[in-house]
Design a protein around this ligand. Structure first.
Ligand code: ADP
Ligand code: ZN
Ligand code: ZN
Length: 674
């Protein structure tokens, strides 16, 4: 009799043996969802392996029930789940849970019957939207894809293309080539709702006639049943293109040929709950396991990915120019320190930006205003000299804690009283940064009462279709000024936008995070890329207190390589990623003494077991010292190799003194240090 190893849906990090009843032999596969007796209950689980051929033990219980008529995992995806558990240090049960959207699992339990769908009879591709004659650079990128179809283990490609250089067209034609070869493709986008134009292009290219059956768009508005249905269509090979956000990297494709990760630098690819995977890294691993090509695209590649080009793990393809001779926008950097002197005090808008908006209103052209108001806490800034107090050891800005009137470094825990005068120039006028979109909206209404404006941020875009509707109004010219947060930074292509104003570029720069420079460069470049996509050359006005900061200067000159070279030197010097892996262990508890106790215990255990090449910092108080009534602590680890560190950490986490009140999470390759 066959014995199955089952992981039950409790994160026990253990496998249990069950008998496969003889009449089910052949029906249960690896990845099958089953119900099994467990103690006095029956609970759900997943078959993850077959037990060896040793004689069956008497005490084994049989599996009670198989859920669904076939698995929604493929064996390849099971292997991916194991890798995820090892790498991201989490129980396999947790990885399995995130492989299949919970809606899909629930629908599977209810035994949703599949609806009839149009079958794909493999006929020639009918296009609704026309294909472009590719530029020479685009053709070169496509050649890589054709070549990769012949390769057994193709190395990933990084497609570095300026904003408006035609990356999307390359993805579209690459996917066509994959379909022609009889294979399937996954297309990852940062957020479906925020990339309506990209989705539209895929729909119009592949969505017509018989082809519509080939594409599965997994957006968040699908019902549980619809989602399940789409997954089954992919699993059966009826649909061969899966488009969606992060979790679509696990789509059960048959004969996978290509995974595209658009805007690969985007932070939303990282899942901020366990397992804290990064969809781009999972895509690269999946490509390796299944021999599929992985194509990462961005105008502002992450430091990690470009470093992988330098070390020859990835191949580079560049689209340096915008298509159709369209010029990159002209970027003006406005020094707000001078502006404060001239306008006798801090104002939201510089003269340059005010005049720019006025001109656009007169010419009936459109303006996008951008203000990145993320983060809860403010840093200190001297408006006279632009100085921001930083931690000497970590080279990141201190975080100002108002209640304690202290400056704190959350990386190493250093703290000091907040100075009342600027440390650099002794000006008594130190300020705490804190400008939001609401205040900017007020300012616009006062200055340009006749302008039609819309504000786009998570406070105003709460209705289901608000985002799409506002964008539609903007496209139709019903809005003159669109003000927004990073919601408007991505992928938008409006030819009548000739001015982009970045209200306060330093906002992202002074986050207490070593990636602040990188994020600022990315944001500025992406937002600036919204300008001048039509016939009129675009203009970008960047308002800043630190006009000479390299992130701002390199963005101004559209110089990614220059930025990368400077930034990578700094990362190497401080041994930050991509030179090392950064692991953040976060602990929290209602009682401060409890969290301190466990944090120190863990710190001691880890420091005894790690090699001398691993750096351990903390426990420190993170910038958000208290969250939802819980006190927080962080332990930070940096290591050049992840494998050996994971081997030390994984068993330790199971041994933490059983204090239910203390929550511990591990974040490998953490992006969020708050
Ligand atoms: P990116 O994704 O790099 O920002 P897009 O793919 O959106 O760039 O291309 C920018 C614009 O150029 C789009 O409007 C697109 O339709 C158009 N385009 C892309 N490739 C070509 C081409 N080979 N010839 C003409 N127009 C093109
Ligand atoms: Zn520090
Ligand atoms: Zn100063």
């Amino acid at each position: 009799m066959q014995i199955a190893k089952v992981r039950v849906d409790l994160s026990l990090d253990r496998e249990f043996d069950y008998l496969v009843p003889p009449h089910w032999a052949g029906h249960i596969e690896l990845g099958s969802r089953v119900r099994v007796p467990f103690g006095r209950r029956k609970i759900l689980g997943t078959v993850v392996a077959w037990a060896g051929l040793e004689t069956p033990r008497e005490d084994l219980k049989p599996i009670s029930e198989i859920i669904g008529d076939r698995t929604i995992f493929t064996p390849e995806i099971l292997r991916l789940a194991r890798w995820m558990s090892d790498y991201y240090i989490c129980p396999l049960e947790q990885s399995l849970r995130c492989l299949v959207p919970s809606a899909v699992q629930k629908a599977q339990i209810k035994g949703k019957r599949r609806r009839k769908s149009v079958s794909d009879d493999g006929e020639a591709v009918e296009h609704v939207q026309k294909r472009f004659e590719l530029t020479a650079d685009q053709r070169k990128a496509l050649e890589f894809v054709r070549g990769a179809l012949e390769e057994e283990a193709p190395a990933p490609i990084l497609l570095h293309g300026a904003t408006g250089s035609g990356k999307t067209e390359v993805y579209l034609q690459a996917i066509e080539a994959i379909l022609k070869a009889g294979k399937s493709a996954i297309m990852l986008v940062p957020e479906i709702a925020l990339t309506p134009q990209t989705i539209e292009r895929f729909q119009s290219r592949f969505g017509g006639g018989k082809q519509s059956a080939l594409i599965a768009i997994l957006h968040s508005h699908l019902s549980a049943g619809e989602r399940y249905h789409e997954w089954q269509r992919l699993r059966k090979g009826e649909a061969r293109i899966a488009i969606g956000a992060r979790s679509v990297v696990f789509a059960p494709m048959r004969n996978l040929g290509l995974i595209v990760v658009d805007e690969e630098h985007e932070g939303s690819y990282k899942q901020e709950e366990a397992p804290r995977y990064h969809a781009r890294n999972v895509a690269v691993m999946r490509g390796k396991l299944e021999g599929a090509l992985v194509m990462l695209g961005s105008a502002t590649p992450s430091m990690e990915s470009f470093y992988n080009v330098q070390t020859r793990k990835y191949r580079l393809c560049s689209l340096p120019k915008r298509v159709d001779e369209i010029q990159m926008p002209l970027v003006r950097v406005v020094d707000m320190r001078d502006e404060a002197l001239r306008q006798k005090g801090l104002r939201i808008f510089s003269e340059t930006l005010k005049e720019g908006i006025q001109k656009r209103l007169e010419r009936k052209e459109q303006t996008i205003l951008f203000l990145n108001r993320r983060g809860y806490s403010t840093s200190m800034l001297c408006p006279a000299c632009g100085h921001v107090p930083q931690c000497d050891q970590c080279a990141i800005p201190f975080t100002y804690h108002r209640a304690l009137s202290k400056l704190m470094c959350h990386l190493c825990g250093t703290e000091k009283p907040a100075p009342s005068i600027c440390e650099a120039c002794k000006s008594p006028e130190v300020r705490f940064t804190g400008l939001g979109t609401e205040k900017v909206e007020e300012g616009i209404k006062k200055l340009f009462p006749q302008a039609r404006m819309a504000r786009m941020d998570s406070d105003t875009m709460t209705r289901k279709h608000a985002y799409a509707e506002t964008l539609m109004d903007f496209r139709r010219g019903k809005i003159d000024i669109l003000l927004g947060t990073q919601m408007i930074a991505k992928g938008l292509d409006f030819p009548n936008v000739t001015l982009v104003g970045i209200v306060y570029a330093d906002m992202a720069l002074h986050m207490p995070d070593f990636r602040a420079g990188e994020r600022t460069f990315q944001l500025l470049t992406q937002v600036a890329g919204r300008a001048g996509r039509g016939d009129v050359t675009g203009e970008v006005v960047v308002q800043t207190f630190t006009p000479h900061h390299s992130a701002i200067q390199f963005a101004r000159h559209h110089d990614f390589i220059g930025f990368y070279e400077e930034e990578i030197a700094y990362r190497e010097q401080l041994d930050y990623p991509p030179y090392s892996h950064l692991v953040v262990i976060e602990l929290s508890a209602v009682q401060e003494t409890e969290v301190d106790f466990v944090a120190h215990w863990l710190q001691k255990e880890i420091s005894e077991k790690i090699s001398k090449h691993v750096t351990l910092l903390g426990p420190a108080v993170p910038p958000m010292a208290k969250l939802r009534g819980r006190h927080r602590r962080q332990i930070l680890l940096r290591s050049r190799v992840m494998k050996s560190l994971a081997k030390v950490l994984h068993p330790l986490l199971g041994k933490i003194p059983r204090q239910k009140s203390v929550r511990v999470t591990v974040d490998v390759d953490a992006l969020n240090l708050m």
